[in-house]
Ligand binder design. Structure first.
Ligand SMILES: [Zn+2]
Length: 290
């Protein structure tokens, strides 16, 4: 019983869901039918992440067929940029001991090392990751009480790699939405108005950077940052205090300036004001825990 539970936990969620979907499709078919093209596309995506052997085994596909589909689709996988990548429950991630994979999040490529070969692929994507505040998920909630000890919480948070968190621009708490707010008909920001302000902020950035390779504040070089993220004396002092109090790295310093620049752009302001900087510092929540 214990062995079976361990095995099922080791099969990644995405593979299990795909297997379930494939089983449902197989259940509906009478006789032998060719697998739909969209399912092969999904299997190829999974094979890129989990390996051909494991994906073929889990999904009950022929290894050679999956390998051929992957080779055929290979070129498309190399054309950046890729959309956002969402990682759920960050502390639960485990790495394959036989595979070393270095993702240069900021430089836009991924290095995969096996025993004898190291290959570099372009990989420009936006990483969005989520985790619970503690193992039970209710630390800091006013809906239910947390059952975890401080030691358990510290151990859980420590599973997330510090250097990875340092490379993430924005860390925020997303508290549960209260029922009254969920049902409220009060005016809220809608996607259209949000989109309009993002488009306007992007236009400001285009004017700032011209036609070079840098398109957004996130990719500014250090010299561009010095030119575009000038702070007044109050903001300068606020940033200095935050750096010392939170023990922030040089990378975190640059990220705060870039995020503050974007907040100012969204506020249609040419200057980064103290409130823009304060908001950006507030988005380094994880630095307080590590
Ligand atoms: Zn808890």
């Amino acid at each position: 019983m214990r062995k079976r539970r361990r095995q099922s936990r080791e099969v990644p969620e995405a593979l299990r869901l795909a297997r379930r979907e494939l089983d449902r499709w197989r259940g509906r078919q009478s006789g032998r039918k060719r697998l739909p093209r969209e399912f092969w596309a999904k299997a190829v995506d999974l094979a890129r992440v989990h390996g051909v052997n494991r994906t073929a085994r889990t999904l009950g596909l022929e290894y050679v067929s999956l390998r051929q589909h992957l080779e055929r689709a290979g070129a498309a996988s190399l054309s950046p940029p890729v959309g956002p990548a969402f990682v759920e429950l960050l502390p639960g991630r485990r790495t394959d001991p036989g595979l070393s994979c270095t993702i240069e999040l900021e430089d836009g490529f991924v290095i995969v090392s096996r025993a004898k070969r190291t290959i570099q692929f372009p990989a420009q994507f936006m990483l969005v990751a989520a985790m619970n505040p503690c193992p039970c998920g209710y630390f800091g909630s006013n809906l239910r009480s947390c059952k975890c000890s401080p030691g358990q919480i510290a151990k859980y948070v420590a599973k997330v790699s510090g250097p990875l968190v340092d490379r993430i621009d924005i860390h925020i708490d997303v508290p549960a939405v209260a029922f009254s707010k969920l049902r409220s008909r009060a005016q809220q920001i809608n996607s259209d108005s949000l989109r309009a302000s993002v488009v306007a902020a992007r236009a400001r950035q285009t004017r700032r950077f011209g036609t070079g390779t840098v398109l957004t504040n996130a990719h500014m070089s250090h010299s561009q940052l010095e030119k575009s993220c000038k702070l007044d004396a109050t903001s300068e002092m606020m940033l200095k205090e935050a750096m010392m109090e939170l023990g922030l790295s040089a990378r975190a310093h640059d990220k705060i300036c870039k995020v503050a620049r974007t907040i100012a752009d969204l506020d249609t302001s040419d200057d980064i004001r103290a409130e823009h900087l304060a908001e950006a510092i507030g988005y380094r929540k994880f630095d307080r825990k590590l």
